[in-house]
Design a binder for this molecule. Structure first.
Ligand SMILES: [Fe+2]
Ligand SMILES: [Fe+2]
Length: 360
């Protein structure tokens, strides 16, 4: 009935039907037992990295407010309406209650449910206390129309660093907020959460599509900027038995996509600002997933260029990401069934790449 101890949905449907006929299953399980083998298609919006920045009193950096306000307004205009919204982390810049509350005030304008992911900028001031008070647990899972969603806090690090000899919680926050910081510490999901994930996934059929939401990439791209998760391979191993797995993440503020084994990866744009690609800094081409066609910044002197948000279609368990880039060309990165990985619908072929524009 099961493969490697893991349930297959088809087996359950057979067994479930017999049990349901006997009237011995709770209602929710009966519904699942009779579920169609195909996942129902649906869409959701994906907003990330607003970095709401407090100045003083009631003043916040207006540019970052506007990025989030615009994403919320455009999401509310989507038709058909998305089933829910994912927020990919880094609501705040320095994790203060004022920043998180102000960001949540703006996000409160969204219609429908929002599922939140923890970012390091939300976490390292009070170790997620205020975030959790406002939003609930830092990791959790839920099911929607035949898809299993898992939300992880992937920005944890070694206890010795977290509880190190900091002069103040803000000193720790400032260290983690910096890129390329030799005194920083790598992100990880950690043993406790991985044990939870293992138990969570044991309840899921291996042909159920899985979507994992994290803040850092659950893959290793560039350690210096924490475009990296230290225990990525261990998390990928837990996801290996499943047929269709997608990881959606924030943090990198740029278009990235990749395929590792059975797992498709997609990054979100920030509503606040775009990061350059690490290879432009490290001068090593390896610091970008090979599949990724980089974003094209039309105007490097315009700070809103290459910011944006995304809407996501979940089609028979695979995902296509529509990048909404108000001041740049829109992009669509979709799973290509024939090739078995995500591709940019218009620009994957080198002959169709957008040349980098310059303004000199
Ligand atoms: Fe960020
Ligand atoms: Fe981040």
């Amino acid at each position: 009935m099961s493969v490697g101890g893991r349930l297959k949905r088809r087996d359950f449907i057979k067994g479930g039907a017999a049990l349901a006929a006997a009237g011995s299953l709770p209602l929710s399980v009966v519904e699942l037992a009779f579920a169609n083998d195909e996942t129902t298609d649906f869409s959701f919006a994906f907003i990330s990295d607003s970095h709401i920045t407090h100045i003083k009193g009631r003043e916040f950096v207006r540019n970052f407010d506007r990025g989030l306000i615009r994403a919320v307004a455009e999401t509310n205009l989507l038709h058909p309406r998305p089933d829910f919204v994912i927020y990919g982390g880094d609501i705040a810049q320095l994790g203060t209650a004022a920043e998180i509350d102000h960001g949540l005030d703006i996000l409160g304008g969204l219609r429908g449910d929002v599922h939140y992911v923890m970012g390091e900028h939300d976490y390292y001031l009070d170790l997620g206390e205020h975030w959790e008070r406002r939003l609930g647990p830092q990791h959790y899972s839920f099911d929607h129309k035949g898809v299993h969603f898992v939300v992880l806090n992937s920005i944890l690090t070694h206890d010795a660093w977290t509880h190190g000899p900091w002069d103040s919680p803000m000193a720790r926050m400032n260290e983690m907020a910096r890129l390329d910081n030799p005194d920083g510490s790598p992100f990880m999901v950690g043993e406790t959460q991985r044990a939870w994930l293992k138990r969570d996934l044991e309840q899921v059929y291996c042909d159920t599509p899985i979507v994992v939401l994290s803040h850092s990439p659950l893959q290793k791209i560039y350690r210096g900027w924490n475009f990296w998760t230290e225990d990525a391979e261990a998390v990928q191993t837990l996801l290996a038995p499943f047929r269709k797995v997608t990881v959606l993440y924030g943090h990198v503020h740029q278009i990235q996509y990749n395929q590792i084994g059975n797992i498709s990866f997609h990054a979100a744009m920030a509503t606040a600002w775009p990061w350059p690609y690490p290879e432009s800094y490290s001068q090593q081409a390896s610091h970008l997933p090979r599949l990724t066609v980089p974003m094209n910044r039309a105007d490097p002197f315009f700070e809103r260029d290459a910011t944006g948000w995304q809407f996501v279609n979940l089609h028979t368990g695979n995902i296509d990401v529509h990048y909404q880039l108000p001041d740049n060309s829109p992009r669509v990165v979709a799973f290509d069934t024939a090739r078995g990985h995500p591709v940019d619908r218009h620009h994957q072929d080198p002959a169709h790449r957008l040349p980098t524009q310059d303004h000199y």
